[in-house]
Design a binder for this molecule. Structure first.
Ligand code: ZN
Ligand code: ZN
Length: 346
């Protein structure tokens, strides 16, 4: 099979090799999303040399394995964790059939890897059977590559105890910010405002119709604009950026009543500059959000199946697997204007 590895700084290389797996399913990958972490691993290069990237993917069962859960031809999406601590199917013990001694049961999260732990930028991959989700027919395989990023947003929103009529501010119009905006709509919020640094991107976000207001984050009068839009401030702020300047504007834009909520999704780059004092004085409820659960992954998929959320419109770029290198170069040159790129294995 053909697979791509990070070979150097901003360089993929294609390789040929065999996936060695016993007991667990083999999935023929059809679509794999490009995550921010895939992009940064490719850009850093050397440190990730030899890794097969791609952890947001969908495909078709090629070999069902021993679990009895799958049939050849099933359409599936892999989760990012080994939820039930199942044997990996490819360590020296598993390959001998001694699954009880598996080295990798405690491997919880996909880390990318070599042929024994491949990512999805590969014609085939393998995963722990009970952490593979069988797709309903109404979800396209391309859309299914977006289940994971939408689940990041769902997890953040589930921590916010959103109330009907809440005014919501989302800092950052990247894919995670947009998934948050998409989910909160389902709670009957009265208003969603998204801030976005890049003015060109702000226009693109407006066209999605997911936000009532899109405000350029770089505007010198950002706070005045937010106050003008919300009137008395926001009930809930989600930070999906991780910059103190944005976070501080978000804190200042909360309603002045106590117990308003700030949900941190982005990892702060300059945490020392965050206005912690205001968070304390306003008795803000702060929650950090990281990752998600398999139940949330399933919940996202069923929301997609029932069209409760519409994700297809966020696919802004399709990269053919054979053009992976060029595709990443274009994404880099596009300076973040793309909402979500997916790799089509073809
Ligand atoms: Zn990701
Ligand atoms: Zn094993």
């Amino acid at each position: 099979m053909k697979y791509a590895v990070v070979d150097d700084t901003e360089k993929f290389a294609f390789r040929e090799g065999e996936l060695r797996v016993r007991g667990n399913p083999v999935i023929r990958v059809t679509h794999a999303g490009v995550c921010g972490t895939d992009m940064s691993s490719w850009r850093e290069g050397a440190h990730y040399k030899g890794l097969i990237l791609g952890h947001e993917y969908a495909g078709i069962i090629e070999e069902p394995g021993d679990s009895g859960l799958f049939r050849r031809g099933d359409r599936v999406a892999g989760y990012t964790q080994n939820v039930f601590q199942e044997p990996c199917g490819h360590c020296e013990f598993c390959l001998r059939g001694d699954f009880a001694s598996c080295d990798n049961r405690t491997v919880k999260t996909w880390k990318g890897g070599d042929l024994t732990h491949p990512g999805a930028y590969s014609e085939y991959t393998t995963w722990f059977p009970r952490s593979i989700y069988k797709l309903p027919d109404s979800i396209g395989l391309d859309e299914a590559a977006l289940i994971e990023p939408f689940t990041v947003g769902l997890h953040a929103v589930s921590l916010a105890d959103i109330q009907k009529g809440d005014k919501v501010l989302v800092l950052g119009g990247g894919i995670i910010g947009l998934t948050v905006a998409e989910w909160v709509r389902g709670y009957g919020v009265s208003e969603v405002t998204v801030t976005e640094m890049n003015t060109e991107k702000a226009a693109i976000i407006s066209a999605y119709g997911v936000a009532d207001h899109v405000v350029p984050a770089g505007a010198p009068d950002l706070l005045e604009q937010l106050c003008g839009i919300s009137g008395d401030g926001y009930d809930v702020v989600f930070d999906c950026v991780g910059y103190a300047s944005a976070i501080n504007a978000g804190i200042a834009a909360l309603k002045t009543e106590f117990y308003k909520k700030f949900i941190g999704v982005g990892l702060p780059q300059d945490a020392q500059a965050i206005n912690y004092r205001d968070l304390v004085l306003r008795q803000t409820i702060f929650r950090g959000s990281k990752g998600h659960s398999f139940q949330e992954f399933e919940r996202t998929a069923s929301a997609m199946a029932s069209k409760e959320i519409n994700v297809a419109k966020y696919i802004s770029k399709r990269i053919r697997f054979s053009n992976l290198q060029e595709g990443f170069e274009e994404l880099k040159a596009g300076r973040g204007l793309d909402t979500k790129a997916i790799v089509e294995m073809g």
